[in-house]
Design a protein around this ligand. Structure first.
Ligand code: HEM
Length: 474
């Protein structure tokens, strides 16, 4: 039974706030999203009926966001997907949402209709104290020793995958890197060295969730609706992971799942299987498309810019080791800057979501309770106030001398910020360096003649045609 009124607390009303934040957090979830009419005082437009600005965003993502900003300012109403809410732009406003010192913004309710539908109990779908409790159990899995162990296994996978380039002149990079990262995820997250016959079925099931389920408009589990196929994929992934849990609890494995399934709550009990599977499947989702998108954009620019590619190669060849581990990754600053630059121009998570828990103000605009809030990291990443020549790929802007990213803490936010800041950031950066180090020492890459450097941003940022590349062994 929903409460009759929303909790009356504003940014300025700290003393009014109920002392029991957990109770408050659970109450706000019973409310539907704020209606578009309740946003009448906010400038902006929804776009076309039902789909809002989605078709325009698919056609030209940043052009559409820039025009919306030019017309309506940093805080404006908008319709994206089936959701209507408020677009929040600029580092200062994003900082308010992400640091959320007043606990005004729910990630769970922001993502309820997207990631939350498919990975409901994952940490991105938990708020406040409950989120902190669940996030804590992940920490062991990202400590130095664990990361060092992962890096050794990952190097083997990269070595085998790159060996398949021998004797070839061309490769389509996107499917290649996705398969590689699928194997990395299986080994590091689940302790599966060889996905074997299940590889294709697991990969297919995940793709059903991402490509069918998450893009479905009608949420009914009946064929031939896309939502049904997404659910079919989800059922396979969940059953598959469920079947591994008992084994991992008694194993000495150094994979993520083996750490996670042995974690206990404060009272010493294990987390439920369903909670564990939500975490484990979300990790895969969070790591897979994001890292592959980042690497695709990086390779696209290196292939387009031979001088830059050679300078990174020189850095890799300068190191004695043919394969680096987590302990060595600081010795590859050039790759780090170039990966950051790829994530600046094409952040893998194009839109971040929150929903207001109570009425508050953002950038001087009154926001009603339960308003869906959209952030676009890539807008901040291209603001001319903070970046010189923002549309140009220029990794050097992240160099010690220039440090352009230092103007505002949230002008560069490809990994988000605050309580939900990407827990896999170091893991993603390590993967990028392990992979690029091996690749640069073995192959030179070029774009096909006539190939245009650009990216489709939605549904997932990706260069055109999966990035066909010309390759040449060194
Ligand atoms: C280039 C690669 C990656 C990018 C750009 C990226 C981006 C992000 C962003 C923007 C968020 C914050 C979402 C929000 O606040 O709404 C996030 C959260 C998260 N990421 Fe990543 N991510 C990447 C790789 C990874 C990897 C490799 C893992 C796992 C090993 C991972 C696991 C997570 C998890 C679990 C969360 C939720 C954290 C929480 O709610 O506390 N990500 N990521």
């Amino acid at each position: 039974m929903p409460p009759l009124s929303s909790p009356e607390c504003t940014l300025h009303g700290r003393t009014q706030r109920t002392t029991d934040m957990n109770q408050l957090a659970s109450d706000h979830r019973h409310f539907p999203d704020a209606s578009f009419t309740s946003l009448a005082h906010i400038p902006g437009k929804a776009g076309i009926p039902i789909l809002g600005m989605t078709p325009a965003l698919f056609r030209d993502f940043y052009g559409t966001i820039n025009r919306h900003h030019a017309q309506f300012g940093l805080v404006s109403k908008i319709g994206i997907g089936l959701q209507k809410g408020v677009l929040v732009l600029g580092p200062q406003n994003c900082q308010q949402l992400l640091l959320d010192t007043e606990r005004n913004f729910s990630s769970q309710m922001g993502y309820r209709d997207t990631a939350g539908t498919w990975f409901g109990g994952a940490i991105l779908s938990r708020d406040f104290d409950e989120h902190r409790l669940h996030r804590r159990v992940f920490q062991t899995a990202f400590k130095f020793d664990a990361m060092q162990g992962y890096s050794e296994g990952i190097n083997t996978i990269i070595r085998d995958a790159l060996a398949s380039w021998q004797g070839r002149q061309q490769i389509v990079f996107m499917p290649f890197i996705k398969e590689l990262l699928m194997n990395v995820g299986a080994r590091v997250f689940y302790g599966i060295d060889d996905l074997g016959d299940d590889a294709q079925r697991f990969a297919d099931a995940f793709r059903l969730i991402l490509d069918k389920g998450m893009l479905s408009l009608i949420r009914k589990d009946v064929p031939p609706l896309a939502y049904h196929y997404g659910q079919k994929g989800r059922r396979f992934v969940y059953q598959y992971l469920d079947s591994l849990i008992e084994d991992r609890r008694s194993s000495e494995g150094k994979d993520f799942m083996s750490y996670l399934v042995k974690s206990t709550r404060d009272d010493g009990t294990y987390f439920d299987n369903e909670e564990l599977i939500d975490h484990l499947s979300f990790l895969f989702f969070a790591a897979y498309d994001t890292t592959s998108a980042g690497l695709c954009h990086l390779l696209m620019h290196l292939a387009a810019n031979p001088a830059l590619q050679e300078s990174l190669r020189a850095q890799s060849l300068h190191l004695a080791q043919a394969e680096v581990t987590f302990a060595d990754v600081d010795q590859l600053p050039g790759i780090e800057m170039a990966f950051n630059e790829a994530l600046r121009l094409y952040p893998s998570a194009s839109i971040l979501l929150r929903r207001s828990v109570r009425p508050c103000q953002i950038g001087g605009v009154e926001i009603p309770a339960h308003t869906v809030l959209f952030m676009v990291p890539g807008f901040n990443h291209r603001m001319p106030q903070y970046w010189s020549d923002p549309e140009t790929f220029d990794p050097d802007r992240f160099s010690e001398e220039r440090q352009e990213q230092r103007g505002h803490k949230f002008q560069f936010m490809p990994f988000g910020g605050g309580a939900h800041k990407c827990i896999g950031m170091n893991f993603a950066q390590m993967n990028a360096k392990l992979f690029m180090h091996q690749l640069l020492r073995q192959y030179r890459i070029r774009l096909k003649p006539g190939y245009k450097v650009r990216s489709q941003i939605l549904p997932t940022p990706c260069p055109p045609q999966g990035l066909p590349l010309l390759i040449e062994a060194l």
